[in-house]
Design a binder for this molecule. Structure first.
Ligand code: PLP
Length: 450
C-alpha cells in the first residue's frame, strides 16, 4: 500500500444517519457499564453511545447509527479511526514483536528520526527523544524531571486555564481545581499566572501576562523559588481553545533565556498536525527547549508518550527517565505511519483550509447569535465560546445534545465548560465539514432561538 487510500475512501459515509438515540443496544451496554465500571467514567454521561466500529471521521454505534466524529478521541485520531495505512503497519508489527523496553528497533529509531525532522524551529535535527510511560501525563512527568535535572531547581511555573494531565507532577501544573481538590499536597512551589486573552476570565493582555511571569522569576520577594521551567500550551485546549497573542510565546522564550529556565511547550493536544502545522509552536516561530507529545502520536489510538528536547539538555545518565512501556513498537509504527500519511496526503494544508472554512461558517452564525462571544482556533482545533450574561455552560450542553441527536459528536471545554470544542480528524472531507457545520449551526440556532 503506497501511503494508503485518499481521505475520501476512509469513512462509512459523508453524512450521518441516526434514529432515536441512544438505541436499545447502546442502552443495554450503558446500563451494564453503570453497574460495574468506575464512577469516574465521564464521556458517556454527555454522549450516551456504545461503539461498534469506527472509520475515518465516522463512528457507528451498536444500533447501527452512524455519526460524524468531531472530537476524535479528544485529539487522538488525527488520521482517522482505523486508518488502513496505519493499521497495515501496526498489524504487521503485532505479528513480529510488540514490546522491547528501550532496545533499538528500526521502528523506534525511524520514529525518532521523523520527530527530529518535523520538530519546531531549532529543535529540528538537534534534539533527542525520551519515551517513558504511555500517556501525555507521563510525557509531562519526563519534562519536569528534565527541567529539574538541568537547572538544579524544583519550582514550576504554569498558567491559569491549563491542562497538563493527572499524575502528581502533571496535576501540579494542571490548573483546574476540579481535578486537584482532594488530592493534595502535590509538588511544592508551583505557581500559576494568567494566560493572555482568556476572554471568559476577563481579557488579560500579552504584556500583563508576560509581566506576571517575569515577576515570578525576577522579583526577589515574589514568594517562590525561581522556577526550573515554564510549562505552556501553545493554544490552550481544555482551557477553551485559547490562542494567545502573537508575541506571547516569544516573550516566554526571552524570559526563560534570561533566567536559565526551560521553556516546555505542551503539544500533547496541538501536535501532529492538529493546528495545520506539525506543532502549534510553528505558528509562533518559537523554538521551545522541550515539547511533550502523546495522543495522536500512536497513530491509531495506541498509547505512547514522548518528550523531545534540545540535545544540550541530554545530560542524564542511563535510567535518568524510564518506564516499562517505553518500547511500545506497534505504537511507534503507528506514529511513523500517521506522519507519513499526513505528509503524503497534504493534511496540514487540508486542516488549515477546513479549519478556516468551519470558523467562517461559525462566525457567520455569530453575527445573528449574540450568545457566541468568540470563535477561536487554528487548523482543525476550534472553539466557540458562549456567554449569555454569564458563561453559558447549560447552553453548550444543550447544543452538544442536539448535535448528538442529529449525528455529530462534539465536546466542550473552557474554564466554565462554556466552549464548544471541535477537534475532528484531519481526514475529514469537505463534504463532511459542510454537513457537520450545517448540523452544528442548526443546533446552535435551535438552542439559542436565533
Ligand atoms: C495539553 C494536554 N496535556 C496533557 C494531557 C494529558 O494527557 P493524558 O490524558 O494522555 O495523560 C492532555 C490531555 O488531554 C492535554 O490536552
Amino acid at each position: 500500500m503506497v501511503n494508503g487510500p485518499p481521505i475520501e475512501e476512509l469513512h462509512f459515509a459523508d453524512a450521518p444517519s441516526v434514529d432515536a438515540v441512544p438505541g436499545p443496544n447502546s442502552e443495554q451496554l450503558l446500563e451494564r457499564q453503570r453497574k460495574i465500571d468506575s464512577s469516574a467514567v465521564a464521556y458517556p454521561k454527555r454522549v450516551p453511545i456504545a461503539l461498534e466500529e469506527a472509520r475515518g471521521a465516522t463512528v457507528r454505534d451498536v444500533d447501527g447509527n452512524m455519526f460524524l466524529d468531531f472530537f476524535a478521541g479528544i485529539g487522538v485520531l488525527n488520521v482517522g479511526h482505523s486508518n488502513p495505512y496505519v493499521l497495515e503497519g501496526v498489524q504487521e508489527q503485532l505479528g513480529t514483536y510488540t514490546h522491547t523496553i528501550d532496545f533499538p528497533t528500526e521502528a523506534r529509531l525511524d520514529l525518532i528520526d521523523r520527530l527530529r525532522e518535523i520538530a519546531p524551529g531549532g529543535l529540528r535535527g538537534s534534539s533527542n527523544v525520551v519515551f517513558g510511560g504511555p500517556t501525555g501525563s507521563d510525557a509531562i512527568e519526563g519534562s519536569i524531571k528534565l527541567a529539574k535535572h538541568n537547572t538544579g531547581r524544583h519550582s514550576l511555573l504554569a498558567f491559569e486555564g491549563s491542562y497538563h494531565g493527572t499524575t502528581a507532577g502533571a496535576l501540579t501544573l494542571t490548573a483546574g481545581k476540579q481535578y486537584k481538590e482532594g488530592y493534595g499536597p502535590l509538588l511544592p512551589d508551583a505557581v500559576h499566572v494568567p494566560y493572555p486573552s482568556a476572554s471568559d476570565d476577563g481579557d488579560v493582555g500579552c504584556t500583563e501576562a508576560l509581566e506576571a511571569v517575569k515577576r515570578k522569576f525576577e522579583n526577589p520577594y515574589g514568594g517562590h523559588e525561581t522556577p526550573a521551567g515554564i510549562w505552556v500550551e501553545p493554544i490552550q485546549g481544555e482551557g477553551g481553545v485559547v490562542v494567545p497573542p502573537t508575541g506571547f510565546l516569544q516573550g516566554l522564550r526571552d524570559i526563560a533565556d534570561d533566567n536559565d529556565a526551560l521553556l516546555v511547550v505542551d503539544e500533547i493536544q496541538t501536535g501532529i498536525g492538529r493546528t495545520g502545522e506539525w506543532f502549534a509552536s510553528d505558528h509562533f516561530d518559537v523554538t521551545p527547549d522541550a515539547i511533550t507529545m502523546a495522543k495522536a502520536l500512536g497513530g491509531t489510538g495506541l498509547p505512547i508518550g514522548a518528550t523531545l528536547y534540545h540535545e544540550q539538555f541530554d545530560t542524564w545518565g542511563p535510567g535518568g527517565h524510564v518506564g516499562t512501556f517505553r518500547g511500545n513498537v506497534p505504537a511507534m509504527v503507528g506514529g511513523l505511519r500517521a506522519i507519513e500519511y499526513i505528509e503524503a496526503h497534504d493534511l496540514l494544508s487540508h486542516a488549515t483550509e477546513l479549519g478556516t472554512y468551519l470558523r467562517d461558517r461559525f462566525r457567520e452564525v455569530a453575527t445573528s447569535t449574540p450568545e457566541i462571544s468568540a470563535v477561536r482556533g487554528k487548523g482543525l482545533f476550534i472553539g466557540l465560546e458562549f456567554v449569555d450574561g454569564d458563561p453559558a455552560k447549560e447552553l453548550v450542553t444543550e447544543i452538544q445534545r442536539r448535535c448528538y441527536e442529529n449525528g455529530v459528536l462534539v465536546w466542550s471545554a473552557g474554564r466554565y465548560k462554556n466552549v464548544l470544542r471541535l477537534i475532528p480528524p484531519l481526514v475529514l472531507t469537505s463534504e463532511q465539514a459542510e454537513t457537520g457545520a450545517d448540523i452544528i449551526c442548526d443546533a446552535i440556532e435551535a438552542s439559542t432561538g436565533s
